[in-house]
Design a protein around this ligand. Structure first.
Ligand code: ATP
Ligand code: MG
Length: 368
């Protein structure tokens, strides 16, 4: 997949911007707070309908404006395709056009412009809290499996409603009548999430192990294990069995959930662990080991997506190379000889010779 052209209007700190890109490496340079990460966010959003940094759509619209537009021309699936999004600062739902045809959902986007983002926080993701790891996994899995994306949205919606019921029940005990209905649905959709995740993390772990092995010279055995609620003994079991497991789990926590007025456990607390030759990385890994493992995970994400569609997804490296020592920089760069890459950095240094360089200053491109 290649992004050939991008147009922005009132997106973040960009008024109007039109850029064309190199099919290989694109280096985005500029001082702090000029709009480099905003540009990567626009590219990632264009292909997925998801932002890796905004909590609310409104944040992506230029201050004081009513809507933002992101449009692009893409080479993928053996043809030229076009994408266009309108995002509103008010309550109007976002709008998407794919090849000029208005879409009801982002479901048809799968495989058009998938992206893998790699940023400095990802380097420490294996030491971070579980929510960061879930977010990283979900970012890839949602692009790979639109049905997973839909299930995740549905799960979070039900979870929100259930939380509201739990909060309200002290004052209004009548709301508890509808709780079983929400619990049933939560277990059904939660079981789907577990089923998708089990398969995804299995493939991801195997692909990452190959990279880690190359990187560490075969000295460490990388293993990734997906962890979910304790009542699930086999996450690969049929969805009907997983639903029962979750129901059993919820009934065990029924009292505690009422007392704390919170949804305590469930797939929304899922995580994964990485061990190197049997030693838990989160507890014992050195900084170098943690970084190497994180790089292996990122390259594995890119590989899974490439396998799925037969084309390399677009790689977005946000300030990450300058965080790495030359050995690790070379490892990453040597693995991405093919496919399109966007690299942001403040000090171009040794990367300037590759592909196209675009300088960003206060939401404008200087040399284009
Ligand atoms: P750094 O090198 O520090 O990472 P950057 O070039 O990646 O910087 P960005 O994160 O892209 O910078 O942000 C640039 C600026 O965009 C910030 O100063 C921020 O205040 C501004 N900004 C973010 N959202 C909006 C918005 N909705 N409207 C206007 N400006 C915004
Ligand atoms: Mg930035």
């Amino acid at each position: 997949m290649k992004l050939n052209e991008l147009q922005l209007r009132s997106f973040r700190n960009y008024g109007e911007l039109a850029l064309d890109f190199d099919p290989g490496v694109n280096l985005i340079i500029g001082d702090n707070a000029q709009g480099k990460t905003n540009l990567l966010e626009a590219i990632a959003f264009l292909g997925s309908g998801r932002s890796f940094r905004a909590q609310k759509t409104k944040e992506m619209v230029l201050f004081g404006e009513e809507f933002a537009e992101i449009a692009g021309k893409v080479d993928s699936q053996n043809r030229q395709q076009s994408l266009r999004w309108l995002l509103f600062s008010g309550s109007r739902p976002r709008q998407l056009w794919l090849n000029g045809v208005k879409q009801k959902t982002a479901g048809n986007l799968s495989g058009v412009l998938p992206t893998v983002l790699f940023c400095p926080e990802d380097l420490m993701v294996l030491k971070a809290g579980a929510s960061q790891r879930r977010r990283m996994g979900d970012y890839v899995l949602c692009q790979l499996r639109p049905n997973y994306d839909a299930a995740l949205t549905e799960y979070n919606r039900i979870l929100d409603q259930k939380n509201r019921i739990l909060k309200d029940h002290f004052e209004n005990p009548g709301v508890l009548e509808i709780l079983p209905e929400y619990n049933t649905r939560l277990c059904q959709v939660g079981a789907l999430l577990i089923s998708y995740r089990a398969r995804f993390y299995d493939s991801l772990g195997k692909a990452a192990a190959v990279y880690h092995n190359q990187f560490s010279g075969g000295n460490e055995e990388f293993r990734l294990e997906y962890t979910t609620v304790s009542s699930v003994s086999d996450p690969f079991a049929p969805v009907s069995k997983l639903t029962e497991d979750l129901q059993e789990h919820l009934s065990r926590h029924y009292r505690a959930e009422l007392e704390t007025a919170q949804c305590l456990t469930g797939p929304h607390k899922d995580d994964f662990t990485v061990t190197l030759s049997g030693i838990d990385l989160k507890a014992y890994g050195s900084q170098g080991q943690t970084r190497t493992a994180a790089i292996s995970l990122k390259l594995a994400q890119r590989e899974l997506m490439g396998r799925e569609w037969g084309e390399e997804p677009v790689l977005l490296l946000d300030d990450v190379l300058s965080e790495l020592d030359p050995g690790r920089q070379d490892f990453v760069l040597n693995q991405i000889v093919s496919g399109q890459v966007f690299i942001t950095c403040c000090e171009p240094g040794r990367f300037t010779k590759m592909g196209k360089t675009i300088e960003i200053q206060k939401g404008k491109a200087l040399f284009n």
